[in-house]
Design a protein around this ligand. Structure first.
Ligand code: V47
Length: 359
């Protein structure tokens, strides 16, 4: 019979818990006991180190043909607040980022109806010339699938050409909830969960590291969250290409997903991060995205199994268009302070988790 104690023993013995056991943890009210087990699982992997990086987010366009119900960022072409950046404008942002110490640009945008694949390819090579040495983490699996469709190229060829142009790794967006029944309700026009996994598998095969996200706190059940994480854990067993898992707390303002909620609770955020740390035993890093969580929950999460904080960010749009109350960016000093005050060791990393400096 599954009890909290049998699960706790499994974790203490450093063995893998089952989806059923993860679900059991979600239904347990003992957040502190779950947090303690997650902290143990994390400490085995990362000790007291907490990673952060100095990065800038760039969203080239908010025009998107996928009108996902949870998204407050997308616009249709011709709408007043629709925008598209030129290659020069994207490069200028990257150069500014480099000048202020960024080691990474994180680039994701809408699926634009008119821009050709070559635009993205040329933008990457222009970026590489404009801000040499800055790692380009760009394009979700959803965008990669779109590039293949608009260019008529295979996924493999799209990835190859983007890597040649300077792509260094891929972020984990677009995963939402991989369970089809939920996906149909929150993002019916987006690629399926199976396709997202297939493209990530090909990206890992092409030598790219990626992240994986999970959008939670809308109309999914905790069983859906566990099923989502199980699919990621299975893929990671095969490829080893995931770096970090990033649960994204749903921000409900200005989206078409009308729910009777004002966002996730701090308890749910911490429990979700902690169970992710325990369940995803083959992921090295669990990242708290302070933009969606707020700085304080992000800080407390460091005692609940989290070992990575994203990042300085700068000019975040996706969460803030949906009402996120966090600031637009955090300074490096603010992140270092946040980590130190949680009695952890701040380690600045590059995108591939090589330590750059310990504070
Ligand atoms: O895929 C959209 C999410 C994602 C909302 O890989 C929303 O390092 C909450 O993936 N409320 C994009 N979330 C952001 C993303 C990301 C962020 C930080 C780091 C990394 C990484 C990846 O944002 C989308 C979607 O799941 N999103 N709308 C919303 N209203």
């Amino acid at each position: 019979m599954t009890t909290f104690e049998t699960i706790a023993a499994t974790i203490r013995e450093n063995r893998r818990i089952s989806p059923k056991e993860a679900l059991f943890l979600f239904t347990s009210p003992d957040l502190l006991a779950i947090g303690e087990l997650a902290a143990l699982a994390n400490e085995r992997k990362n000790g007291k180190n907490v990673f952060f990086n100095v990065n800038r987010h760039i969203n080239p366009t908010n025009i998107c043909v996928n009108r996902c119900a949870f998204c407050a960022f997308y616009r249709t072409a011709g709408e007043n607040s629709a925008y598209s950046l030129t290659t020069d404008e994207i490069c200028r942002r990257a150069m500014e980022a480099k000048a202020s110490g960024a080691t990474e640009v994180h680039i994701v945008g809408g699926l634009h109806p008119d821009l050709p694949f070559e635009f993205y390819e040329k933008t990457l090579s222009a970026l590489r010339d404009a801000a040499p040495g800055v790692h380009i983490k760009a394009f979700t699996a959803v965008e990669i699938d779109y590039f293949a469709r608009i260019s008529g190229l295979s996924i493999e060829r799209v990835l190859e050409r983007l890597i040649d142009a300077g792509l260094g790794s891929m972020p984990g967006g677009g995963a939402e909830i991989l369970v089809e029944e939920v996906r149909h309700r929150i993002c019916p026009e987006k690629i399926s969960g199976a396709r997202w996994l297939e493209i990530i598998r090909l990206a890992h095969g092409a030598g790219l590291k990626t992240n994986a996200t999970m959008l939670y706190g809308h109309l999914e059940t905790v069983a859906d969250r566990v099923a989502h994480m199980e699919m990621l854990r299975n893929l990671q067993d095969d490829t080893g290409g995931f770096q970090a898992f990033i649960p994204l707390a749903f921000q409900p303002e200005n989206s078409n997903l009308k729910l009777d909620i004002k966002g996730t609770s701090g308890l749910d955020d911490l429990k979700t991060l902690a169970i992710a740390r325990i369940f995803l035993d083959n992921f090295d890093h669990i990242k708290a995205y302070w933009v969606m969580l707020g700085e304080k929950i992000a800080q407390v999460s460091l005692a609940f199994g989290v070992n990575d904080l994203d990042g300085t960010v700068i000019e975040e749009k996706i969460g803030h268009d949906a009402g996120a109350a966090s600031p637009q960016s955090l300074t490096k000093n603010a992140i270092i302070r946040l980590i130190s005050k949680a009695d952890k060791i701040p380690v600045e990393r590059d995108t591939l988790y090589r330590p750059l400096r310990t504070f």
